[in-house]
Design a protein around this ligand. Sequence first.
Ligand SMILES: [Zn+2]
Length: 274
Amino acid sequence: MAVRAQSSWQVRLSCFVALAVLLVAEARAQTPAVPPAGVDAALVEDIAVGSRVLAELGVLDGFGHVSARHPAKSDHFLMARSLAPALVTGDDIMEFDLDGNAVDARGRSVFLERFIHSEIYKARPDVMAVVHTHSHGVIPFTVSQVMLRPVFHNAAFLAAGAPVWDIRKEFGETDMLVRNPVIGKGLALALGDKSVVLMRGHGDVVVGPSVKVAVFRAYYTDVNARLQSQAIALGGEVNYLTALEGAKADTINLQVVDRVWNLWKMRSTAAPPK
Ligand SMILES: [Zn+2]
């Protein structure tokens, strides 16, 4: 009898706890994202959509990140707290200074490799968005002697060059991660004035004048790498786009980027509850 009474009490308590958890989860889901001060919610949403789109396109998996320069404070930037790109929502976007310090961390964990972003924003005033990937298509070009070059017009930006940065040449045998500002600066120097820099045995970094352009370039860098590998496998000389063809095609790509961005955004699924 005593056992039955206790069991009933436990059942009621369990129901109460479950209901409370549901109510809290619903309240959290209904709480609108509060973007960092001075930031348009649309930009925050672009960073989240860009992260999820690149995950859905297979360019990012559990790793990699998308960021944007703060529109009102050029010495600050915005990126998600540390989590898989497919799970990023507007609520996850944080503000950082160019030393990689979070402005208002509130206990949230941050990406170790945020210095990729901070040092590129420091070195390149024209850059408004940065994407870091571990793109599988690109990796072979980071470890071979074959340069990544444009084989089709959507990757025209590669005609300006895609240098390979080897962390070992500057910093010896490391864990391969851009884990501090000094290493980040070395990477930013290797990027120079280009749109893409490859990282030996690691991935790439792609920059642009907006989140949508950086995402576009990150995707087509991966696609071009896969297509170039196929063209090389066919044998014979590969007929790449010239520098002038690349410059002309890139101008058009920048004008029509909204078309593919809107498609990706429409198809992008909302991130599941975390
Ligand atoms: Zn990385």
